[in-house]
Design a protein around this ligand. Structure first.
Ligand code: DX5
Ligand code: ZN
Length: 221
């Protein structure tokens, strides 16, 4: 069965002067989870925030699922740190410099869902060994090069997403980068069921209306 649609605001685009209320704003707007982008200044050319912000989200909104996207060269070193901070899903890049299988297993052993992320030009074949072995609870395709919010959507991963959806009808397939009212239907038609949106949601004064508009688009594809 095709998995349910999910909408995940990315906290990267929030107002950093009031992070706790921004987390609550996303939850009250009807989002399915909060997406937290962790950047190390090495795997990507930017530094964002660390486990303290995941803890803040856990304390502020305990029932709001925390979807944590690690853009780290060595994510294997931080699995337990993010488990303790309260991550519910931990996503690692297939391009990271670690043993990806062991790290996906470690994420589950620490009690979290395991996500595997592919950069826009990484072929879907790179994910197959991990999916086939049953190590992936969710697959995330980037539709921008990771590192910064507010970039334009790239359609490069769409053929790879179509391939994966045809092969795995029940797989959770998420997309991240440049998602808004215009690009959401393209991603959904390619087979995505989960959508991360940073600037398009947090820059809206009425996030609830924007999320409702997304759900309306998804219901009428
Ligand atoms: C990019 C991050 C994204 C980013 C999305 O490196 O992984 O989650 O916050 O931001 P928008 O939706 O503004 O492209
Ligand atoms: Zn992200």
């Amino acid at each position: 069965m095709f998995p349910p649609f999910r909408i995940l605001p990315s906290l990267l685009a929030a107002d950093y002067g009031s992070l706790a209320s921004e987390i609550l704003r996303a939850q009250n707007a009807g989002a399915d989870a909060i997406h937290l982008d962790i950047m190390d200044g090495h795997f990507v050319p930017n530094i964002s925030f660390g486990p303290a912000v995941v803890s803040l989200a856990a304390k502020t909104a305990p029932d709001f699922h925390r979807n944590v996207h690690l853009m780290l060269t060595q994510p294997n070193r931080y699995v337990d740190v993010f488990a303790k901070a309260g991550a519910d899903t931990l996503q690692i890049h297939v391009e990271a410099q670690c043993n990806v299988k062991d790290t996906l297993r470690a994420i589950r052993s620490a009690g979290m869902r395991a996500g595997l992320v592919l950069n826009p030009r990484t072929e879907s074949g790179a994910a197959l060994p991990y999916i086939e072995e049953g190590l992936v609870d969710e697959l995330l395709y980037m539709s921008v090069y990771p590192g910064f919010g507010g970039q334009s959507f790239m359609d490069t991963p769409l053929p790879n997403i179509r391939f994966l959806r045809a092969r795995y009808p029940e797989l959770e397939i998420m997309i991240d980068g440049g998602i808004n009212c215009q690009t959401l239907p393209l991603a959904a038609q390619a087979g995505c069921n989960a959508f991360v949106a940073g600037s398009a949601l947090f820059k809206q004064p009425d996030m609830q209306a924007e999320i409702a508009a997304y759900r309306d688009i998804l219901e009428h594809l």
